[in-house]
Design a protein around this ligand. Structure first.
Ligand SMILES: NC(=O)c1ccc[n+]([C@@H]2O[C@H](COP(=O)([O-])OP(=O)(O)OC[C@H]3O[C@@H](n4cnc5c(N)ncnc54)[C@H](O)[C@@H]3O)[C@@H](O)[C@H]2O)c1
Length: 247
């Protein structure tokens, strides 16, 4: 077991990539806390991961809710070793920026970037005690642009650069920070963006490998980066995108 006795917080852990990471980390011996803004089924999803998995309803945009997430984690498990930021939102409404509502900008930037800033800020004191690590789920669209999602691309680029800068803040204390940049992954997010099968299939044809990746594949990459075997890796940016970021 690669994560025996480790404690991990996984934002967005109720769905898609975050859920797959929570499940794999739990199978590898970690105590897991999942967080998302939606209350429905959170406790049932936690139970489906393991009997001691904790769900804490948390909107990652809200400072007080992040503080609560940290205090509930420490109360139940006594420490924090791994922070995974997987909570995120995507929309294809940004091809005409002149027409885009400013509320859309705030929503995307605040969930995708401010959320990562807040969880990082409030987790660092605990992660310094355990020589822990942070893995931020950015996107291939943080590396290559997509015209329909300009603000999403910018938010994910911000996550990559923020992760690199934070990786430089405490390396001698053992705190590591890495980013994962998925391409299209078969999760509810991708199906919400392309609800019709025909447009989903058309979209995937644009990917060099012409298919979506799996959330379980991303979880295996997260496990690789979180484990002590790779304790010399920090500031890394890992694509898992079927070649999307090569174009
Ligand atoms: N699926 C893809 O194709 C893909 C590709 C590249 C990057 N990503 C990134 O991977 C991450 C996970 O995406 P996914 O595909 O699993 O999507 P998903 O929609 O299945 O899961 C997203 C999770 O984020 C949570 N969330 C949304 N807003 C939140 C908020 N304000 N506070 C707390 N939680 C919130 C949701 O409740 C859900 O649990 C995201 O950051 C996404 O941008 C996904």
């Amino acid at each position: 077991m690669k994560l025996k006795n480790k404690v991990a917080i996984i934002t967005g852990g109720t769905s898609g990539i975050g859920f797959a990471i929570a499940k794999l980390f739990s199978e590898e011996g970690a105590k897991v806390v999942i967080a998302s803004d939606k209350s429905e089924n959170g406790n049932d999803i936690a139970k489906s991961i393991s009997s001691d998995c904790l769900f804490v309803q948390t909107d990652v945009r809200e400072e007080s809710q992040i503080k609560n997430l940290l205090s509930e984690t420490i109360k139940k498990f006594g420490k924090l070793d791994i922070l995974i930021n997987s909570a995120g939102v995507y929309s294809l409404s940004q091809s005409d920026i002149a027409q885009m509502p400013i509320t859309d900008f705030d929503w995307i930037m605040n969930v995708n970037f401010k959320g990562v800033f807040l969880t990082t800020k409030f987790s660092i004191p605990e992660l310094l005690k355990t020589k822990g690590n942070i893995i931020n789920i950015s996107s291939a669209l943080g590396i290559v642009p997509e015209k329909e999602s300009a603000i999403y691309c910018a938010s994910k680029s911000a996550v990559i650069m923020f992760s690199k800068a934070i990786a430089l803040q405490f390396p001698e204390k053992g705190l590591r920070v890495n980013s994962i940049c998925p391409g299209p992954i078969d999760t509810p997010m991708l199906h919400r963006a392309f609800p019709e099968k025909k447009e989903y299939d058309e979209f995937l044809k644009k990917n060099p490998m012409q298919r979506a990746g799996t959330p379980e594949g991303v979880a295996k990459l997260a496990l690789f980066l979180a484990s002590e075997d790779t304790g010399y890796i920090t500031g890394g940016v890992y694509t898992i995108d079927g070649g999307q970021s090569l174009r």
